[in-house]
Design a binder for this molecule. Sequence first.
Ligand code: AP5
Length: 226
Amino acid sequence: MVVLLGPPGAGKGTLAESLCAAFGFAHISTGDILREEIRQGTELGRRVSACMESGALVPDDVVTAIVAGRLGQDTVRQAGSLLDGFPRTVRQAELFDRMLASGGMALDRVLLLEADRDLLVRRLTARRVCSQCRTVFNVIFQPPGRDGVCDRCGAELRQRPDDMEATALERLAVYEEQTAPLVAFYARRGVVVRVDAGRAREVVHRDACVALGLGVLSAERDGKGS
Ligand code: AP5
């Protein structure tokens, strides 16, 4: 079980997708799960939408319950998990510890993705997501073949509301205040490995494989996710 830690725009979702494609891990992204709840108009989605659109974190108990549900699934436990976006506060990390202990599970590594702040802002504000199949593009770093159109399914690409510059900056501030303390929290346990996430996706993928002791993959499979 690996936790992907890093600021908004560091490439957690991008890396998770390529690692899961290569190794068959289960990708547990609390952000994706919450956005899907909003899209489907569920009660949970209605509860968290204002919070997410403002760039604030949703309550610890809400996300912890989501993760507990996913980790309780047999298929997820067998595949091994990549947690993307959880835990995000020290309180969530403590609740996660309890969840792991009660389920007889253990956290193997925390992979910290590090990148320059200006680059993070550029990546976030340039991100576009397919309104149908959820494929992620970037108008600077990974543009679609046709402006505003998904290469994979032809549907419209949209900007996440929380990727508007003011909200992206707020999310980066929230990360520094509430999530960055987790680096020291996990470093004390000796489980943190670091990757320079400011480079090309293929390089980040390769370095992550090495840092996690997964071995280096063939070029055909390297970093093709997202
Ligand atoms: P969430 O969806 O988790 O957002 P985030 O952590 O802010 O991360 P992002 O999705 O913005 O960035 P990423 O690091 O995954 O980057 P990506 O790979 O997409 O959370 C959203 C909200 O949900 C939160 O604000 C909060 O409200 C709520 N929430 C979620 N979890 C929570 C929790 N545990 N507790 C409380 N609230 C929670 O890449 C970004 C862009 O850069 C893309 O366009 C991509 O194509 C591009 N890119 C990526 N890597 C590279 C590269 N190496 N080179 C060039 N371009 C790249």
